[in-house]
Design a binder for this molecule. Structure first.
Ligand code: UTP
Length: 235
């Protein structure tokens, strides 16, 4: 059953890609600015934030695969890195964000009823943190899910491989499902702008998804608030 946080204003879920959260480039400046933005908007609506594992998770998964680890063991490495990022972001945000990030969906839902800001990493093997964000958005009947990622939206083709690819500004879930199906292999460390599990949760819950470049904080703020923004909206 979907649940509504605190019976009040529905939350906004933010899926913060590991590759924008900790990049190795000016993180000391970016993280406090992101934390300030999160504290600011949390006075208007509760926020539930998932953090990805990014490059470090992918490096561990690549190494683990070369060493012959199972898919579950590889996923567990990715989960641990995403939790490390959650702990870092929670500490930079400070109170009222709990300093021990939840480790399961049930715990995250409970925490979302108690606190205006919740940060967590992955929960169980076989997902990504986007999937966790989608499941939570459905359970909490979120207003929207904002996916803060490396690229400034969803493109018709991978813009890193084809710089002439155009951004898709608006799309429905049926069209998005087709794009995911055409591009995802479903193994640990997979990379697409959003994952299949997250998409199905959002489509079921009729929750809009906004995809933005996560380092542009003024645009991220507009996307979180439901204002006009640069990026892709899927509904
Ligand atoms: P991420 O969610 O960080 O995947 O999890 P990602 O697509 O690399 O995201 P970015 O780049 O940070 O935005 C990293 C890996 O950890 C495992 C999966 O193997 C995933 O690919 N994982 C993560 C899980 O198995 N379960 C989870 O709940 C989260």
């Amino acid at each position: 059953m979907p649940e509504r946080a605190g019976g009040g204003v529905p939350p906004v879920v933010l899926s913060m890609g590991g590759s924008v959260l900790v990049t190795g480039d000016e993180d000391e400046r970016f993280l406090p600015d992101l934390a300030a933005l999160i504290r600011k908007v949390s006075s208007e609506f509760p926020l539930v934030i998932t953090t990805g594992g990014g490059r470090v998770a992918r490096d561990y998964i690549r190494l683990g695969r070369a060493l012959g680890l199972t898919e579950t063991e590889l996923d567990e490495l990715g989960i641990d890195v995403s939790r490390l990022n959650a702990r870092l972001l929670a500490a930079v945000i400070g109170p009222p964000c709990p300093s021990h990030p939840p480790t399961s969906l049930a715990e995250a839902v409970r925490e979302a009823h108690r606190s205006r800001i919740v940060v967590l990493g992955g929960t169980e093997p076989g997902h990504t943190t986007d999937g966790v964000a989608g499941l939570l958005a459905e359970r909490l009947r979120a207003q929207r899910l904002v996916n803060a990622t490396r690229v400034p939206g969803l493109f018709e083709r991978d813009p890193r491989k084809d710089p002439s690819a155009k951004r898709i500004d608006r799309l429905d879930y049926a069209g998005f499902r087709k794009m995911i199906e055409a591009s995802v292999a479903g193994t640990a460390g997979q990379q697409f702008v959003f994952d299949r599990l997250g998409l199905e949760s959002l489509a079921r819950g009729k929750i809009p998804l906004r995809i933005v470049q996560g380092r542009d904080l003024s645009n991220l703020e507009r996307a979180l608030r439901g204002e006009d923004f640069a990026g892709t909206e899927i509904r």
